[in-house]
Design a protein around this ligand. Sequence first.
Ligand SMILES: [Zn+2]
Length: 408
Amino acid sequence: MRDAGVQAGWAIVVQGEKIAAIGPEEDARRKYPAAREIDCTYNVITPGLVDSHTHAVFGRARYAEQEMRAAGVSYMEIARSGGGIHSSVADLRTRSEDELFALTLSRIEKLASYGSTTIEIKSGYGLSLEDELKSLRVIARVAHATPVRIVATWLGAHEIPLDYRSRPRGRAEYVKLLVEEILPIVHKERLAQFADVFCEPGVFTVEETRSILDASARAGLGIKLHADELEPAGGAELAAELKAISADHLAAISKNGIAALATTGTVATLLPGTMLFLGRDRQAPARAIIDAGVPVALATDFNPGTSPTVNFPLIMTLGVSQLRMSVAESFVAATVNGAAALDLAETTGQLAPGYSADLAIFEAEDIREIPYWYGDRRCKATWARGKPCHALERANKLQFTASRGDAT
Ligand SMILES: [Zn+2]
């Protein structure tokens, strides 16, 4: 992760949906004399960012909770006053598939406008057969409606719905609903590539998580976990045991958890925006995780409650300034390792011949400027599979001009 392979004065040759060649500009001009050129002088081109953890299918925003937290209101009190995940669930259940599709697609365009060209989207605000399937169908429709590469994850185990929580055998009944009724349809209709569980004290126990994810793996889904976000409760150890493709959050991961992940190649996906937005003073121990040899990815965790940002470069800023990663590490985490967390490491996340033409161009002279101008939208355009990702850059018609010095 220490070397992002930065080069100056190189050209990237795109043919159709793929990168055909990358190397010094004069070589590219000689070998591809008929190519149409886009002058990217005084800009930085990176692989399109890979946002491997979002909850982009939701209805209304939950802005009231931010002020309540600032005033010291607890999570439980917010939930009792109608906030929290359950309020997003109640809201999503009232909305049509068409409405959620329009909302989600507009959010994907916003995420792309900051540099993301591959975006994972989880269900998880439905928590019923009908509403989980509705959410996953929204994700499938979005995937067809945008050049951005969309990866669907089924997170039926995001929470235990209130009506199940209040019944004596409700927890077991909900796990049964997930495994015996929802999972078979998710599998049959190929609605998700991954299954995910919120494994955390108060949500799903390690045992419940294991049974849901074992069944999901048997159905051919890849495995992800929300693990050790607030308390070290064996989530990372379980991710290693199940050979999960990623363990996400990990702000409270234990030493044993880090050692376990180091044996499996599971990607540790860190979400520093969430801890920032919640006002917590603890962040995931990224240095210890990286130094143990665990591949680290960064992601936005874009969601209406705890991380309502579409700005992936801002998350890279937090990677450097809060998680103490180098700029190169934060780029590898936002590209190569994000792709690995979605089982896409062979096709995207790198600028290399044969890889998908997934690119982002930033107004910057140096790669270090991208996390430096924190909060600013430096991204000028993104392409996924060689196609422009959002309306703004389609309007720009890909005409770039040099802009040296205007950043000051
Ligand atoms: Zn999440």
